[in-house]
Design a protein around this ligand. Sequence first.
Ligand code: RB5
Length: 149
Amino acid sequence: MRIGLGADHAGCALKAALAARLAAQGHEVVDYGTSDPAISVDYPDFALLVAEAVASGSLDLGVLACGTGIGMAIAANKVPGIRAALVHDVTTARLARLHNGANVVCMGARLLAAPLAFECLDAFLAETFDTRHQRRLDKIAAIEKDRAP
Ligand code: RB5
């Protein structure tokens, strides 16, 4: 798969580790930054880059990391077509795909140690959407459509 990653200063070390893992697994990895943990940046800037690339179809999936993952999820979900899920264990990672059809996974680098983040990412990628939940995704899409300018 073609997978894009983004992070702020708090998430960039985890992002680098996740990117290396994805590349080793044979995925095509696109790194949208940031890459320097010493320079404070704003997570919405990186969430937007990844979310827009997923929404346009140029990426299959997105991976976002910040301190908690919360800001990344809030920002990414402002882009129409994005279903960004904050995950904190293997179960939430699996269900984000299975039930919610998440196309972006968000993680908190200050909360998840790298081995657990790896497990979450693997679980997210291994799962597929269960179409029994399509009606709910359609309702989410309708909310976006109704509020579009
Ligand atoms: C940055 O200090 C921090 O606020 C950010 O990484 C993230 O946790 C926000 O949700």
